[in-house]
Design a protein around this ligand. Structure first.
Ligand code: FNR
Length: 372
């Protein structure tokens, strides 16, 4: 599938409610990944923007995800003679341009007419991995046809085991290389912005249309599994035959349970502050989780990454790579696949500069560095 084919409006753009997503395909002039949220707010409908930007409850965890990074510092190392920096790394056998991949995020037709096809193409242009959400606007087969770059499929476990089996079978058949099993969503976070905006999804979810799931996110969530345990992890490993990354871990005990059940990697995440408000920042818990994991499996870290400094600090605290959430969504809204590429380029440029000034040449060296 070519870029121009996915530049055409998708069903998301033609939603019955007249929802107006972004449609520009352009590189972005960005100074940093904090201002991009304000730019996206200017072009997206209020309900869609609130759904993307919002967190749960008082949004304490959402803010804390950022604040926690400010409590640790990077020591400049200026006489190591190191450089130039090499950002390349690998995860589960796949080479990527830098230690940054794109997190699963639902309903990307809210951002742009090309929806997840645009995100997949942006990730491919940045030589990295995109994870496709269960609740995507386009189907996993449509997204697979938009780029041949490596992709992972995120599973929200459903109550109906038959539906789970079918989703996993389709993901494998469509060429997704790993399953990201999200385990922090057995209840929906209390997203007050959505209630205030009376937000309902303006279009159905591509992977679940045959199940008759419309845009009502509450009806959809009613189909989600209410109990997840290590047996669920074993089930997904067995049914998919793919490496399984367990996403949504904050506690070292849960990390060890996931590993004992056979997880190929764990993703330290609090869903970008969208689930349990009052839970600690992921950066706060990362060192303890990393100590428990003791490099038995790789750690992917997300929630709050906005700066090259944040990526470096996560690597220096036990992460192998990081996942980027909202900034990629905003990049898609503002510039389609080119916007996503611009976001990745800026973050990688910042990370390169930080690594150079910290006297570290490779991702492995950054991982061996301590923070102050
Ligand atoms: C998400 N996230 C998410 N996670 C998941 O496993 N499945 C999903 O469908 C979604 N959907 C989703 C929608 C939106 C709009 C956002 C912002 C987030 C969580 C996501 O994968 C990731 O954990 C966070 O976004 C990371 O935090 P930052 O980078 O947004 O701060």
């Amino acid at each position: 599938m070519t870029a121009s084919a996915w530049g055409a409006p998708t069903p998301a753009a033609a939603s019955p409610g007249g929802y107006q997503a972004g449609s520009a395909i352009r590189a972005l002039q960005l100074n940093d990944l904090l201002e991009i949220e304000k730019q996206a707010a200017q072009i997206l409908p209020k309900g869609g923007f609130g759904y993307i930007a919002g967190g749960a409850g008082d949004e304490w965890t959402l803010r804390e995800n950022r604040a926690a990074f400010e409590r640790r510092q990077i020591m400049p190392r200026v006489l190591t003679g190191k450089g130039p920096v090499d950002l390349r790394t690998e995860i589960l056998g796949t080479s990527i341009a830098s230690p940054v991949v794109i997190c699963p995020m639902g309903g990307q037709g809210l951002a742009h007419v090309t929806a997840e096809a645009g995100m997949a193409m942006g990730a491919a242009a940045g030589n990295t991995i995109m994870t496709l959400s269960t609740v995507s606007t386009l189907s996993m087969e449509q997204v697979a046809s938009a780029s041949s770059a490596p992709k992972w499929f995120q599973l929200y476990l459903q109550k109906d085991e038959g539906v789970n089996r079918e989703l996993l079978r389709r993901a494998k058949a469509a060429g997704y290389e790993a399953i990201v099993l999200t385990v922090d969503s057995t209840a929906t976070g209390n997203r007050e912005a959505d209630a205030r905006n009376q937000f309902v999804f303006p279009f159905p979810f591509g992977n679940l249309v045959s199940k008759g799931t419309g845009g009502d996110v509450h009806a959809l969530n009613a189909a989600f599994a209410l109990k997840i345990n290590p047996k669920s992890v074993e089930f997904v490993i067995k049914e998919s035959g793919l490496p399984v990354i367990v996403k949504g871990i904050s506690s070292p005990d849960d990390a060890l349970l996931a590993i004992s059940a056979g997880a190929a990697a764990i993703q330290v995440s609090n869903h970008g502050g969208r689930q349990l408000d009052g839970s600690p920042a992921t950066f706060t818990v990362l060192p303890t989780v990393a100590k428990a994991v003791a490099r038995k499996v790789p750690i992917i870290f997300d929630s709050g990454i906005r700066r090259g400094q944040d990526v470096f600090k996560a690597l220096a605290s036990g992460a192998d790579i990081v996942g980027l959430g909202r900034p990629a969504y905003y990049g898609l809204a503002l510039g389609g696949w080119r916007g996503v590429q611009s976001v990745l380029e800026l973050l990688n440029k910042e990370l390169s500069m930080v690594m150079q000034l910290a006297g570290t040449q490779t991702v492995d060296e950054a991982k061996r560095t301590g923070l102050v």
